[in-house]
Design a protein around this ligand. Structure first.
Ligand SMILES: Cc1ncc(COP(=O)(O)O)c(C=O)c1O
Length: 450
């Protein structure tokens, strides 16, 4: 089944008109915001929603939020994983409220920090931990430390990866050569100077890139999640670990999104043994907090290569990092929200989402597929699952993407922007998933003229 482009354009226009007509208050706020916020939004990505303006949020709870026009939405975006816990999880809110009344930030530790370190060690298998405010910072600091202790200049990432706004990772392969990713703003140096890039699942390219002996660390998601979901092929992780060990390269696994796989992320679910591990977004119930973990050997090397006198001038850390509020939120979220029981609910619901979407795709013989990783699922406009980022990127269809997002939004469902991802929170229900399947069916039927 191929999609008629004229029909797609007409549908998109209709959905745009419907969106604008239904959101007068959001539109008015967006117009007012033009006078004080660059682009009318507090953060530049918020211009990338499917409608002519973003919906302004009034309030949220669990799997739903309400906008300023009074519409209630099923939220399958969940702050692009920041609210994977569901919005305002009561246990986190209780701890956040209590800590806020006792003081928010001291640049001194609280006992919660130790509980969090012990729990992270139990979950991910790495003994030592440090906190940051964002996953971006966790990655930046992990990279710096890796370069420092290995005395090597470069890092290696996977083509079409995303690890936050980390300069070294904004690199892509173009005809086999490393260059700045499209849209890369003001790179400090050509990323080819700092970064080697290989395709995911390409073991021989990986081995060749590491053979130069100049790569401090590989930074990788265990499953790609930022260009659709691209799973590792059988044996890829074993080969990655063997090649990094053989060449004295440190392995940093970024679990920020793959925490969808279970309470210990993909690392625990699949027995990976990285040297460093980074994770942010949902671990404090939506309060800014992230962490990086270190193996005992990496910790020893850091101790041997740093001094107390220079602890605050090494280019890692931050005044607000490790603040008492984030740590109280992290403790409550890890202890009472992102639990084994929560995953036992959310993973089958993601399966239900995938089955529903897959059924509609099969019925209409669309050249699309669905992939799942724990409580995260995503459909992609390609018949077969891609093997790497380049194959996935080649299937991006901005118009079709915009239509599917807007059709869902106009029928009360928020999907994750930039791709077609749905994330399931502990508060999401079977009825919510079935609503998505119905809305997906209606959107597809309009598209294929059924
Ligand atoms: C895998 C991964 N790592 C790190 C980040 C950065 O997170 P943040 O923007 O919260 O710093 C992201 C953001 O999407 C991500 O997908």
């Amino acid at each position: 089944m191929t999609i008629d482009l004229g029909r797609l354009k007409a549908l998109l226009t209709r959905e745009q008109e419907q969106f604008t007509a239904a959101h007068p208050r959001s539109q008015a706020l967006f117009e007012r915001a033009q006078k004080s916020l660059l682009g009318g939004v507090p953060m530049n990505w918020m211009v990338r929603w499917a409608g002519a303006f973003p919906v302004f949020v009034a309030e949220a709870s669990g799997a739903h939020f309400t906008d300023v026009d009074g519409h209630r939405y099923l939220d399958l975006c969940l702050g692009d994983t920041g609210a994977m816990t569901g919005h305002a999880p009561p246990a986190s809110v209780e701890a956040i409220t209590a800590q806020a009344q006792r003081g928010i930030t001291f640049m001194l530790p609280t006992e919660d920090a130790i509980w969090v370190g012990e729990e992270l060690a139990r979950r991910f298998g790495l003994p030592y931990w440090q906190t940051t405010l964002t996953a971006t910072d966790a990655n930046r600091f992990a990279i710096r430390l890796a370069r420092h202790i290995t005395r090597r200049p470069k890092i290696l990432v996977v083509n079409w990866c995303y690890h936050g706004t980390v300069d070294e990772t904004f690199a892509t392969l173009r005809g086999g050569a490393v260059g700045p990713r499209d849209g890369n703003l003001g790179p400090p140096v050509d990323p080819a100077v700092t970064t080697r890039v290989v395709e995911f699942n390409d073991v021989s390219a990986l081995e060749a890139a590491l053979s130069h002996g100049d790569v401090a660390c590989v930074l990788a998601e265990p499953v790609m999640t930022n260009i659709g979901i691209v799973h590792p092929e059988r044996g890829f992780h074993e080969a990655l670990r063997a090649a990094t060990r053989r060449t004295g390269t440190l392995l940093i696994i970024d679990e920020t999104h793959t925490i969808s796989a279970g309470p210990g992320g993909y690392t625990r679910a699949h027995g990976l043994s990285p040297d460093l591990l980074t994770i942010g977004k949902p671990i404090a119930g939506g309060v800014p907090a992230a962490v990086y973990g270190l193996s005992a050997e990496v910790a020893d090397r850091i101790r041997a290569a740093t001094t107390v006198e220079e602890a605050d001038t090494g280019g890692i850390g931050g005044t607000l990092a490790g603040n008492a509020l984030s740590l109280a939120a992290m403790r409550a979220t890890l202890e009472r929200v992102l639990t084994e029981e929560a995953y036992a609910r959310t993973i089958p619901l993601a399966q239900r989402f995938a089955d529903g979407v897959e059924g509609v795709i099969a019925e209409h013989r669309l050249p699309w597929h669905v992939r799942q990783l724990g409580c995260r699922a995503e459909y992609w406009f390609r018949e077969t699952p891609p093997k790497n980022g380049a194959e996935a990127a080649a299937a991006i269809d901005p118009e079709l993407d915009r239509y599917m997002h807007l059709a869902a939004l106009n029928r009360g469902i928020l999907m994750t922007p930039f791709h077609n991802m749905a994330l399931i929170s502990p508060d999401t229900t079977e009825a919510d998933i079935d609503l998505h399947t119905r809305v997906f069916r209606v959107s597809v039927e309009a598209l294929v003229g059924g």
